[in-house]
Design a protein around this ligand. Structure first.
Ligand code: COI
Length: 381
């Protein structure tokens, strides 16, 4: 038998993987029958295509949830480890509950993830190229169902593909979405369901065309507090009296980011403070750094946050704030205000602030097996 894991294929330029779909050997599937109330053992399917009835509620009513996690090739013999799959298993159960899908047991989730990685192991990027194997589990209502009731069958599947980091490594300009609310106050905001993502597409595409690499959503009720970025979680950094505090939003409309949770634990290990609480928009100028945290994004520094409001509007920070904080500026037309964390000529922080740099190095070190895994986050395949 050939030794496991196999080396990475030589058909991919591993220094330039990007974030796009690449074909691999296949995916894993398991099916749930309401009649027997059981999930079938996971099986390998040598195709990227799914067999699904056109009247499945996944397609008609959006009865669908998904996950995102990563596997990395470790140093030395090149063993492969998945990062914190138990957290993603729990989050998929949380999401599934919102859309009336029976929970995928944690053991099935982890077995299927490991099998999908193992059976595509030659597509796990080489150690330390900056790329990883992205793992995309999905669960959805798959049998025909016309009425608005749960169907008889569900499908759980796990796709994998090699990717680089989603937003690249350079600081991003963020734009606040005031025209559109990502999730209703008591809605599905904390669930990783497609319905929270598709409606953002037209806004994020428009923002990208205007030079904003990421959009930021405030709470839908009042637009006063920070919820999350369209692709990732929000982390603000306070530097006061020589100490560092990470501040993360306490909101029932945000997804429980595994990456954010991980860097919060790492920050505590450094002796830094972590505060989970409501973050007012008006507080943004007090942060020394801001970053976005997500599986696909990893950690990415935020260069600036822009909001399309006039300085006289009640939602604006106003000229007083601008005078108090060098971070706040207004455009000449008086139609938008920007909070800047890394100015264009800020050479010292051009690739991200000191807190971001230290957290990312520690996170990557653990994921890649270069730093001792004291918290048991790596699960070998
Ligand atoms: C992830 O970070 O894994 C996600 O699912 C976000 C997605 C927009 C790429």
């Amino acid at each position: 038998m050939a030794p496991f894991p196999p080396p990475p294929v030589n058909t991919i330029d591993w220094s330039n993987v990007g974030f796009r779909v690449r074909e691999v050997n296949g995916h894993i599937e398991s099916h749930y029958s309401v009649k027997t109330a059981t999930w079938s053992p996971p099986t390998f399917v040598a195709s990227p295509f799914m067999r699904i009835h056109g009247m499945a509620p996944a397609l008609n009513y959006g009865q669908q949830a998904y996950e995102g996690l990563k596997a990395f090739r470790l140093p030395g013999d090149g063993a492969i480890a998945v990062f914190r799959p138990d957290k993603n298993a729990a989050r998929l159960q949380h999401s599934a509950e919102f859309i009336s899908i029976p929970p995928v047991p944690q053991s099935l989730f982890i077995d299927a993830v490991k099998a999908a990685v193992a059976l595509n192991a030659e597509y796990v990027p080489p150690h330390e190229t900056g790329a990883a194997m992205y793992i995309r589990p999905q669960v959805y209502g798959s049998s025909a169902q016309l009425g608005l009731s749960p169907p008889d069958e569900y499908t759980f599947c796990v796709f994998v593909l090699p990717t680089g980091v989603y937003h690249g490594a350079h600081p991003l300009r963020a734009l606040i979405m005031d025209e559109f609310d990502r999730a209703a106050p008591n809605g599905t905001g904390s669930a990783k369901v497609g319905g929270n993502y598709a409606p953002v597409l037209r806004w994020s595409e428009r923002a990208r065309g205007e030079g904003y690499g990421i959009t930021l959503h405030l709470d839908s009720k009042r637009h006063e507090e920070v919820d999350e970025f369209s692709t990732s979680g929000f982390i603000g950094v306070l530097k006061e009296g020589g100490g560092v505090t990470l501040v993360v939003p306490d909101s029932r409309a945000v997804i429980d980011s595994v990456t954010s949770d991980s860097v919060q634990r790492l920050a505590e290990g450094f002796g830094w403070r972590v505060e989970k609480r409501a973050i007012k928009y008006a507080e943004l100028p007090s942060f020394a750094e801001v970053m976005a945290a997500g599986t696909a994004a990893a950690l990415v520094p935020i260069r600036s946050i822009t909001r399309r409001v006039s300085p006289s509007s009640p939602q604006s920070l106003g000229q007083t704030a601008a005078k108090q904080s060098a971070r706040v500026s207004f455009n000449e037309e008086g139609t938008e205000e920007t909070i800047t964390y890394i100015a264009d000529d800020d050479e010292a922080n051009a690739e991200g602030g000191a807190v971001f740099t230290k957290l990312l190095a520690q996170l990557k070190g653990i994921q890649l097996g270069k730093i001792e895994d004291k918290l048991g986050w790596r699960v070998e395949v």
